[in-house]
Design a protein around this ligand. Structure first.
Ligand code: HEC
Length: 268
């Protein structure tokens, strides 16, 4: 009896996993940009200049709909922004001040210790203004999705009109494209409520910077959001490297200690 129950449970789990896969119907797999990511690998560091451009893309494009509630303005110093620059960025946002002596709550401009706010008053307002799908906070987005930075980059660059083959695949998976959603082969279910947010030349980069093509902006904003999700990545990698170096050296010392003791006790 117990055995049948286990078999049944296992079958049910397979069935659920199977349908979840079918509902995803992902046609394309996330892939990194052509040059890869500078932050990959155990020696990877953030491309700070790209992250600065990415912040510009976030502020000028994504911030219209998405907040970054775990990122404070002052942490931008990690990316090489000066105190004055950080104050200027914070000032662009408004916050509710503490109640004054009359109990009135007034607005104040942002200060370095504030966090990038959501542009909406609350989740319901966010959903109501976006055809029912609230734009998620982007602070941890590169950690929250399978594929991480590759997923984000691919999502932003993969928007296109569905081909006949795409439509056939969608029909086979019983998925209908909605009137207020956009086809995107990276997204599970192949559609999302976010209109393609980027377009060639949408943002004007400072002189000496690469041209603001769609791919370049997607790359830059992804580097910025990867940093936002794990600002201490470089320290973590350095710590990891130091621990590994310590273990290698320690292993060597232990080996020689063992040899000496073995020689004394066993004579070889
Ligand atoms: C006009 C509003 C708007 C703008 C501008 C916008 N988004 Fe979105 N975004 C949305 C909405 C709405 C959703 C929710 C989509 C859904 O769940 O169907 C979303 C979802 C997302 C998601 C989650 C996708 C997933 O896997 O669930 C990411 C990542 C994202 N946006 C990144 C960005 C980035 C990066 C930018 C700037 C380049 C940006 N968005 C600009 C409205 C916007």
């Amino acid at each position: 009896m117990k055995k049948t129950l286990y078999t049944f449970a296992a079958l049910a789990m397979f069935a659920v996993a199977g349908t979840a896969h079918a509902a995803g119907n992902t046609i394309e797999q996330p892939a990194p940009p052509a040059g890869g990511w500078q932050h990959d690998g155990i020696f990877g560091t953030f491309d700070k200049v790209a992250a600065q451009r990415g912040l510009q893309v976030y502020r000028e494009v994504c911030a219209t709909c998405h907040g970054l509630k775990f990122v404070s303005f002052r942490t931008l110093s990690d990316l090489g922004f000066s105190e004055a620059e950080i104050k200027a960025i914070a000032k662009e946002y408004t916050f509710m001040a503490e109640p004054d002596d009359e109990g009135e709550v007034l607005e104040r401009t942002g200060l370095p210790f504030d966090y990038f706010p959501s542009p909406y008053a609350n989740e319901k307002a966010a959903a109501a203004m976006n055809n029912g799908a609230a734009p998620p906070d982007l602070s941890l987005m590169t950690k929250a999705r399978v594929g991480g930075p590759d997923y984000l980059y691919s999502l932003l660059t993969a928007y296109r009109d569905p081909t006949e083959a795409d439509l056939a695949a969608l029909a086979a998976a019983n998925i209908e494209l909605g009137d207020t959603t956009y086809f995107n082969p990276i997204m599970g279910g192949n559609q999302l409520a976010m209109a393609p947010p980027l377009d060639d030349g949408l943002v004007e980069y400072a002189e000496g910077q690469p041209e603001a093509t769609l791919e370049q902006m997607a790359h830059d904003v992804t580097v910025f959001l990867t940093w936002a999700a794990e600002p201490k990545m470089e320290e973590r990698k350095e710590m990891g490297r130091n621990v590994m170096a310590f273990l290698v050296i320690f292993c060597g010392i232990m080996f020689f200690a063992y040899r000496r003791i073995a020689k004394r006790i066993l004579g070889h």
